[in-house]
Design a protein around this ligand. Structure first.
Ligand code: ATP
Ligand code: MG
Length: 378
């Protein structure tokens, strides 16, 4: 079987690695040059894109910001999974909010802004603390602005004055005082079968994911069921096939959807060694029409992102239960270079192992590590 993935980054690479044992070949499309490349070496496979699409059993994406002309071409083959509407929902916060509203899925109170004057209205309706998000092409906290005091509103308007808000509206959200950030990774196949993983707790720094812990601590059956039900409602409503990630805010015992990612997700990387079947394998199983794999967790796991840094000791592999996943990219500030997964038997042990890990890493790049290790050690 063969799957063509739009996007040639680390997610396509990890799909390739997960597909090999199943005899599923994965090819990647570099969407900047429309060339078909090997997902690991990134070298050209010397196949015209049209031929690759023709020969593939399924087409999928590793990120939602694929040029629309490519998505439309892919959709015409009827082999694109998830479907184009689901991908476009992930790429456009206005569509995303409309979908959540139409399905009555709880999300952050918000307004769509196409003219800067509407911001005054936002303050009076949503309050003084706002987060403004460009509706397209934002990720990892880019394309976002915060308002914490209305006296800063004129300055904010000035900063935004260069934007064409009619072309790319802003989604303005009330700043939610959430207890923590969680995510649910789930998978659905064309038969409508669904499996969801245990909730992961996600720690961000400057808008970027740094650490995930899964299963998240302090999750009772009701909370996991609430997340599962949100997933089922969304995946069924979108007629979704593949892995879908749902980013959530927990407020008391209630979950609000922050955003959706129509693909495998950074907060699901722990499943590579922490779950019976990884998110990458399950995504391939779903788009290839194969039975879905067990999503049970093997033990408490953590995923630690390596961001903007390429010098650390590979001796970290001396920690039992640790695995390094390196993406092979050149280093740049704030760029995701790789990640480390650690799977253990208990949360205190996970805390001990994260503490041990901190001895091998330049801590200025891992601002959340010690704090989380200390919390888990209890
Ligand atoms: P992506 O996840 O696709 O990279 P992003 O992370 O840039 O996109 P969001 O997830 O919407 O965009 O926002 C980034 C972070 O900002 C969130 O993880 C959360 O910490 C914070 N945040 C976003 N929206 C709100 C909100 N309404 N209230 C409080 N904090 C928020
Ligand atoms: Mg996010």
């Amino acid at each position: 079987m063969r799957v063509v993935v739009y996007g040639a980054g680390q997610l396509a690479q990890m799909m390739y690695l997960a597909g090999s044992p199943l005899g599923i070949d994965v090819q990647a499309v570099d969407v900047n040059s429309d060339t078909v490349v090997h997902p690991v070496s990134k070298t050209s496979l010397d196949i015209p894109l049209e031929q690759a699409l023709d020969e593939a059993d399924a087409l999928t994406v590793e990120f939602e910001h694929v040029p629309e002309r490519l998505l439309e071409e892919a959709a015409r083959t009827t082999k694109l999974m998830p479907n184009i509407d689901s991908i476009l929902v992930g790429a456009d916060r206005v569509r995303e909010k409309k979908l959540l509203e139409s399905m009555s899925v709880a999300n952050c109170e918000h307004k769509i802004v196409t003219h800067l004057e509407q911001l005054d209205d936002c303050v009076s309706v949503l309050g003084n603390r706002l987060i403004l998000k460009a509706s397209r092409d934002g990720y990892d906290g880019y394309g976002q602005w915060r308002l914490t005091d209305p006296v800063d509103l004129p300055a904010l308007k000035k900063a935004l004055s260069g934007l064409d808000l009619e072309a790319v509206p802003l989604v303005v959200e009330k700043m939610v005082a959430f207890d923590r950030e969680l995510s649910l990774i789930g998978v659905r196949n064309a038969k409508g079968e669904v499996r969801t993983y245990p909730l992961a707790e996600n720690l961000h720094h400057q808008g970027q994911l740094h650490v995930s812990v899964a299963p998240a601590t302090h999750v009772d059956e009701a909370l996991q069921a609430q997340a599962h039900d949100i997933f089922v409602k969304l995946a069924e409503g979108m007629n979704y096939v593949g892995v879908l990630a749902v980013e959530l805010f927990q407020v008391g015992d209630k979950l609000l959807v922050n955003e959706l990612a129509p693909r495998v997700h950074n907060s699901g990387h722990w499943t590579q060694s922490g779950a019976v079947t990884s998110q990458f394998e399950n995504h391939l199983r779903a788009v290839c029409g194969l039975p879905l794999g067990d999503t049970t967790a093997i033990g408490p796991s953590a995923m630690v992102n390596i961001i903007g840094c390429n010098s650390f000791s590979r001796e970290l592999l001396s920690i039992d239960g640790s695995h390094l996943h390196w993406y092979g990219k050149s280093v740049r500030e704030k760029r995701k270079m790789g990640h480390i997964n650690v799977t253990t038997n208990s949360y205190p042990e996970l805390g001990e192992k994260l503490m041990a890990l901190s001895n091998f890493l330049p801590l200025e790049y891992f601002p959340k590590l010690i704090e989380e290790a200390t919390r888990l050690k209890g």
